[in-house]
Design a protein around this ligand. Structure first.
Ligand code: TXA
Ligand code: MG
Length: 318
């Protein structure tokens, strides 16, 4: 049975908070994508998140806080982390930090690592729910493992059923791709996953950011196993410059080729930020068995284009 979708008003937020205190799971809007939230301090709630998503236990979860000050009790904020948090929280940046000695976050969230990934989302509803729950919330994207992330409440309902007690609907997510994940355990940052905060913006603050090419967004413990991710059921054909008659087209910019049986444009003006906001919803809309494949035009590797290309390359793996 599909879980109930309710408006993210005061009553909905209070109900979500009560359910989370009982150890239940809630579909939660953030500025990036919808999350599948549970009490990060409860082993049973965190285990239920892994089960609902069919997520491998070696893939750690992000823990969400309503303010930066609340992170201190659970994670060791390095001077680098403090600078990043001050500049970019609340916002689409996740910091991987050493677990603090008194950390109460379930060890399951860390998946056997001695680190914990933390962020403060830039979404009033997400922060209000964290406050109503009275504890940090573990929240991976609210899709089944390896599938396209949800950017609308209806996507969550389509992906996950009875395991979710409630889905709060706050409309489409403004950013549309997941947070940027940075390792900030040392004095220099390493990019683990490109995302909703552009690398250029981070580098303007802290200088060069190293890029970890081994981190495979959820597969760092099992190289190769989960290269495929964010995947629609139709094959993707990347860097398309023309389109075949039996394909759907995911276009970008003003020069879209004609001839597709159906076409959507990520951004007719060629704006990568707008394209990120549309990416997952358009991939879902074009994921129809009537199409032999989805042809996707090239996206520039700048700003949020880096996160878009990362998702498209993983989605294209077979
Ligand atoms: O925007 C987002 O980040 C969304 C919203 C709901 O906040 N959440 C999200 O979670 O994308 P998820 O579980 O789909 O992706 C979490 C990413 C994975 O690449 C995971 O491997 C990485 O963060 N991660 C989590 N904890 C980590 C840790 N301790 N060390 C290294 N990577 C970690
Ligand atoms: Mg995910």
């Amino acid at each position: 049975m599909a879980p109930p979708i309710v408006p993210a008003d005061a009553a909905g937020i209070a109900r979500a908070g009560a359910l989370l205190r009982e150890g239940r799971l809630v579909g939660l809007p953030t500025e990036t994508v919808y999350g599948l939230a549970g009490d990060a301090t409860s082993d049973t709630a965190v285990a239920a998140i892994f089960a609902a998503k069919d997520r491998p236990r070696f893939n750690p979860l992000i823990v969400h806080y309503d303010e930066a000050a609340a992170v201190e009790a659970h994670a060791s904020l390095t001077p680098l982390a403090r600078r990043l948090a001050e500049a970019f929280w609340p916002g689409p940046l996740t910091l991987v930090l050493a677990r603090a000695a008194a950390c109460r976050v379930s060890l399951l969230c860390s998946a056997g690592l001695d680190t914990v990934a933390v962020r403060v989302p830039d979404h009033a509803v997400a922060r209000a729910v964290i406050r109503a729950a009275g504890r940090p919330l573990a929240a991976p994207s609210a899709n089944r493992a390896e599938r396209v992330s949800p950017t609308r409440a209806e996507h969550v309902a389509a992906e996950l059923d009875a395991a979710v007690a409630l889905i709060l609907d706050a409309g489409p997510c403004a950013i549309g791709v997941e947070s940027t994940v940075l390792d900030a355990t040392g004095s220099r940052p390493t990019l683990l996953r490109p995302g909703g905060l552009a690398l250029e913006t981070i580098e303007a603050l802290v200088g060069h950011v190293a890029i970890d090419t081994d981190h495979r967004d959820g597969a760092q413990r099992a190289p190769g196993r989960l290269g495929r991710h964010y995947a629609p059921s139709r094959p993707l054909r990347l860097d398309a410059t023309e389109v075949r008659a039996d394909e759907a087209l995911l276009a970008f910019g003003p020069q879209a080729p004609s001839g597709a049986r159906t076409a959507l444009n990520l951004s007719p003006t060629g704006d990568v930020t707008e394209a990120a906001a549309h990416l997952f919803a358009m991939l879902r809309a074009l994921d129809d068995p009537r199409h032999a494949a989805i042809a996707v035009m090239a996206i520039p590797e700048t700003g949020l284009g880096r996160a878009i290309n990362d998702r498209l390359r993983r989605a294209a793996r077979r």
